[in-house]
Design a protein around this ligand. Structure first.
Ligand SMILES: Cc1cc2nc3c(=O)[nH]c(=O)nc-3n(C[C@H](O)[C@H](O)[C@H](O)COP(=O)(O)O)c2cc1C
Length: 179
């Protein structure tokens, strides 16, 4: 389906524009039964058309992103992976993850030790982001997947709008969304 056919197209536009223009994308969710919350899942579902198998945005192939999840006890790994999966399939080459169990159900009762751990993890990730700002490029996994999708789109893709988009971007020819 073309993105503008979505009944929520108008609401999605400012979010998509902000993401396309951003240097960094931050996706964050508390852990709900080992996964992202329903609102975050809803958000990710709306970006399905931007997966490499459909019509990825060229801007995504130069960005960094962070997935942040917190839980009372466990499930940060699978929750961060929910968000990381979309970022990878959108084409984002560099994704950092911060997952911390806060041993609490509200911020006021989070211990000083855990707050310090959060600060340290955030500072460490922020330093890496600053260092890599403007320098990230897709690795072998992204390039390999893109190349498989390119073959698929050259043969007509999963839908006509997808195949037409890839052709218009020049990606079924020699052009690539990265330099
Ligand atoms: C529906 C629901 C499911 C949850 N599932 C988990 C879980 O699988 N693992 C866990 O450690 N904490 C779980 N929690 C605890 C939350 O991760 C934690 O309380 C978090 O701070 C909630 O953020 P919120 O107040 O923004 O909703 C769950 C909480 C809710 C409400």
């Amino acid at each position: 389906m073309a993105a503008d056919k979505c009944p929520h197209f108008e609401k999605q536009q400012p979010i998509l524009k902000a993401m396309d223009e951003a240097d960094l994308i931050i996706l964050t969710s508390p852990v709900y039964v080992y996964h992202v919350t329903a609102p975050m899942k809803n958000f990710l579902d709306h970006q399905g058309h931007r997966w490499m198998v459909h019509r990825p945005r060229p801007e995504m192939f130069h960005k960094q992103a962070v997935c942040i999840s917190t839980a009372a006890g466990a499930g940060m790994k699978s929750t961060n992976k929910d968000m990381q999966d979309s970022l990878f399939f959108w084409g984002v080459p560099k994704v950092y993850k911060i997952g911390i169990a806060v041993r609490s159900v509200n911020w006021d009762t989070v211990s000083p030790k855990i707050r310090q751990k959060i600060d340290q993890a955030v500072d460490k990730t922020a330093a890496k982001i600053l260092k890599n700002n403007g320098k990230v490029k897709p690795g072998i996994k992204t390039k390999g997947f893109f190349s498989v999708m390119r073959m698929l789109q050259s043969k007509g893709g999963l839908s006509k709008p997808d195949a037409e988009y890839w052709k218009a971007m020049g990606w079924t020819g020699n052009k690539r969304p990265w330099k």
